[in-house]
Design a protein around this ligand. Structure first.
Ligand code: PGA
Length: 256
């Protein structure tokens, strides 16, 4: 397939876990697990904003840093918010946008997700856009329609070049943190549909360059089958990214 045109990305999503003082120990344990050759595979650690300064010291050609959210406001009177400029100043290369936990817990709407993606591109930070259906939507056969809708709402108004530089993570809500993973075929079907939608809207040259990740209970045991799928270019990993040994297995698989 066209995988050679795309970056393979193994991204950890630490969510609200670990302390800034635990970053150094984690990185030294992870380094022991890293394969000799990256083979074009990038590792991204998406940590809480409070951990970015600690992570910045350990950034390398192979390990990039990411945040999990930014404000959709530029700056100013928004108590408790963190601006894109602030995470950039702490070295964030990536930022998760539209994670289903934020959509559910914090009311991030499609409009807000779209505004955040624009903000990140303007600051040169790569967005990792999360999309995915609920169990109810899957049961009703609405998965592909809903995911296509979410993608178009999130990417609205971006230039084709910005779309090319956006990473998309397909994360079925029913698979997140549940231990219930999408099958290789289910994950491939949706990731393929996302790429087809990008091809329709932005053309083949763009669509074959966008990295599309799978997320939702990916772990050391099931990663090989998922990462072998032609339209899956990596993973967004929650629980298993907290353990260097498990995360290391996934990084090695992504580096094959
Ligand atoms: P999980 O989380 O791997 O723990 O299911 C994935 C995510 O929410 O990004």
């Amino acid at each position: 397939m066209d995988k050679k045109y795309r970056k393979v990305i193994i991204a950890g999503n630490w969510k609200m876990n670990k302390l800034p003082s635990e970053v150094a120990g984690f990185i030294s344990a992870l380094k022991k697990e890293m394969p000799e050759s990256a083979n074009g595979c990038s590792v991204v650690l998406c940590v809480p904003a409070t951990h970015l300064a600690a992570l910045q010291k350990f950034k390398s050609r192979r390990i990039s840093s990411g945040a999990q959210n930014i404000s959709h406001f530029d700056k100013g009177a928004h108590t408790g918010e963190i601006a894109a400029d602030m995470i950039r100043d702490l070295g964030a290369d990536y930022c998760i946008v539209g994670h289903s936990e934020r959509r559910a817990d914090n009311g991030d709407t499609d409009e807000v997700v779209n505004a955040k993606i624009h903000m990140l591109h303007e600051r040169g930070i790569t967005p990792i856009l999360c999309v995915g259906e609920s169990l109810d939507q899957r049961d009703k056969g609405l998965t592909l329609e809903f995911v296509r809708y979410q993608i178009m709402a999130a990417l609205h108004g971006l230039t084709p070049e910005q779309v090319r530089r956006t990473v998309i993570a397909y994360e079925p809500i029913w698979a997140i943190g549940t231990g219930r993973t999408a099958t290789d075929e289910q994950a491939q079907e949706v990731c393929h549909a996302i790429r087809e939608k990008l091809r329709e809207e932005y053309g083949a040259l763009i669509s074959r360059k966008v990295s599309i990740l799978y997320g939702g209970s990916m772990n050391a045991k099931n990663c090989a089958g998922l990462l072998a799928q032609p339209d899956i270019d990596g993973g967004l990993i929650g629980g298993a990214s907290l353990k260097p040994e498990d995360f290391g297995v996934i990084v090695r698989e992504g580096s094959k």
